[in-house]
Design a protein around this ligand. Structure first.
Ligand SMILES: [Zn+2]
Length: 185
C-alpha cells in the first residue's frame, strides 16, 4: 500500500497516511483531519474547519433559497394585484379603496337625487299644463341612479376589502420569509 507523508494541519507533526485515505487522525494532537488531494499534492485540513465551511455553505444556500422565495412571492403578488384592479369611469385601472367606494357611490347617488328632484319639479309643472303621462316616469331615472350608486358603493367596497385582505396576507408571508432569512444569517 502506497503511503504518503503529510503534516498535521493542526500541530504540524509529520503524518503518514495511506494514499487513498480521505480522513486521518493526528498521532500527536489527535486532531481529526481531512486529507485533501489536489493534483499531485496532498494536504490536510482540520475537520472542524471543514464542518464550519459545510455549515456556512448550508447557511448561504438557505439564504439564497429564502431570498428567491421572497422574489417569487413579490412577482406572484405583482400579478395578483392586477386581478384586484377596478376600471374607473375613464377606463383607467386602479386598486379599489373603501373610501373611494363610498365617495363614488355618494357621487352617483347625489346625482340621482338631484335628477329626481329636478325631474319631479318639471313633470309636476308639465302635468298642470296637460303634458302626456309618460313624462311622469322621468323622476324614476333619478331613483334608478340612486340605487345604482348604492350598488356600486357596495360592490367596490367588497372588492376593496378583498384586496386589503390579500395585501395583508402577502405582507405577512413576506415578513415571515424575511424573518427566516435573518435567522439563517
Ligand atoms: Zn496534530
Amino acid at each position: 500500500m502506497k503511503v504518503i507523508s503529510l503534516n498535521c494541519n493542526h500541530c504540524g507533526a509529520p503524518l503518514d497516511v495511506p494514499a487513498k485515505a480521505r480522513f486521518a487522525t493526528c498521532g500527536f494532537c489527535q486532531a481529526k483531519l481531512a486529507v485533501e488531494h489536489v493534483g499531485n499534492s496532498y494536504s490536510t485540513s482540520v475537520l472542524d474547519e471543514l464542518k464550519e465551511t459545510t455549515e456556512k455553505i448550508a447557511r448561504d444556500v438557505a439564504e439564497m433559497k429564502s431570498s428567491s422565495e421572497i422574489k417569487e412571492l413579490d412577482e406572484r403578488w405583482q400579478r395578483e394585484r392586477l386581478s384586484h384592479m377596478v376600471t374607473g369611469k375613464h377606463g383607467q385601472q386602479s386598486l379599489p379603496t373603501k373610501t373611494g367606494a363610498v365617495a363614488g357611490g355618494i357621487m352617483i347617488a347625489a346625482f340621482g337625487l338631484f335628477w329626481t328632484i329636478m325631474a319631479a319639479g318639471i313633470t309636476s309643472a308639465g302635468a298642470r299644463v296637460g303634458a302626456p303621462g309618460v313624462v311622469r316616469i322621468f323622476p324614476l331615472f333619478g331613483v334608478l341612479f340612486i340605487g345604482f350608486g348604492i350598488f356600486i358603493a357596495f360592490r367596490i367596497f367588497s372588492r376593496a376589502d378583498a384586496y386589503e385582505r390579500a395585501n395583508k396576507k402577502y405582507l405577512d408571508q413576506r415578513r415571515e420569509l424575511a424573518r427566516e432569512q435573518t435567522r439563517t444569517d
